[in-house]
Design a protein around this ligand. Structure first.
Ligand SMILES: [Zn+2]
Length: 317
């Protein structure tokens, strides 16, 4: 297998071990720290991240993908520090979130793709840290797949074909994942290099199978967000998919945030969603899967083989 870029340098894709494909060390609003440093939560996020990552590491997690893009306050130095301290590999993302900054509205898909490719070729913010994944997002909060969103998806698809980096996405609601796949296919993307995300927020097994039947990968990456869909519904959906032969096309995560400045107090989110942390899958989901008939070999696919294959960079095409 090839080498995957992490905050601490390249790691062999076959050596990533148990991997969560969508988490966040620290999401912050660009511009706040620069103008009002007293509002920065960097140190709290760092301390919290180290303790949360170490808790997951103690249960077997060896790597995760941090899908925090530039417009979400990406901080490659912080990720490099946290990887050095915890020893857990952090795959850093290029790409763009669904609240597209005004700067990109009047610029075309190729220009946006150039920015993603520059991260890959030159490193991020002069740190030398290179991305190992491209994050893209579609959300009804911004009108779903409008012209601007479609442009972002096409930019990511072109950057994927130029760099070989896999694409991992956000969807709100899950149904937009089918639209994303349509755009990626239109751009000539091999869907085995794309994990459409947040689709575990639905228990519609037929829809999830339809996303995989064309060769795509799905990310059931919001374990612990129980107010959106319950623990049992999330687990039973995965059990059904494994039983029906889909265990080789699914990756898992929590979309958890060790720090996020979008709410005045992150502890309120933790109170509302006590299972929303990086150790939840290891602690509660994997044992429940085993109890409900998923095999050890299938768990190895979900946690090690599938994320390793997804993150293994393609040859540019
Ligand atoms: Zn996320």
């Amino acid at each position: 297998m090839g080498m995957v870029n992490t905050a601490g340098g390249p790691v062999d894709a076959s050596a990533l071990g148990q991997t969560l494909t969508h988490e966040h060390v620290n999401i912050r609003t660009p511009g706040v720290r620069e103008n009002w440093p007293e509002r920065s939560n960097r140190e709290a996020a760092r301390t919290n991240a180290i303790s949360r990552i170490n808790a997951a590491k103690a249960l077997g997690i060896r790597s995760f993908v941090d899908l925090t893009t530039a417009d979400m306050g990406r901080d490659p130095e912080l990720l490099r520090e946290v990887q050095a301290i915890t020893g857990v590999n952090i795959v850093v993302a290029t790409g763009i979130y669904w609240m597209v900054p005004r700067y990109w509205h009047g610029r075309d898909a190729d220009d946006l793709a150039k920015a993603f490719i520059a991260d890959f070729e030159q490193g991020i913010q002069g740190t030398g840290v290179k991305p190992g994944a491209i994050k893209l997002a579609t959300d009804q909060g911004a009108g779903g797949m409008d012209e601007v969103n479609e442009k972002c998806l096409r930019a990511g698809a072109r950057a994927h074909r130029a760099t070989g980096l896999p694409i991992l996405t956000h969807n709100g609601p899950p149904a937009s994942a089918a639209d994303q796949q349509r755009i990626f296919k239109d751009e000539g993307v091999d869907l085995s290099h794309v994990a459409v995300g947040h689709v575990g927020d639905t228990a519609d097994v037929g829809f999830l199978k339809s996303l995989m039947d064309g060769g795509g990968v799905i990310a059931l990456d919001r374990f612990g967000m129980d107010p959106i869909l319950s623990f049992d519904e999330r687990v039973n959906t995965l059990v059904k998919l494994c039983g029906d032969g889909y265990a080789d096309r699914i990756v898992l995560a929590h979309d958890s945030c060790c720090g996020i400045d979008w709410a005045p107090d992150i502890s309120q989110m933790a109170t509302r969603m006590p299972n929303w942390h990086m150790a939840h899958i290891s602690e509660k989901v994997l044992p429940a899967l085993l109890e409900r008939g998923v095999s050890e070999a299938q768990i190895e696919e979900l946690m090690v083989a599938n994320p390793g294959r997804l993150l293994d960079p393609a040859k540019p095409y």
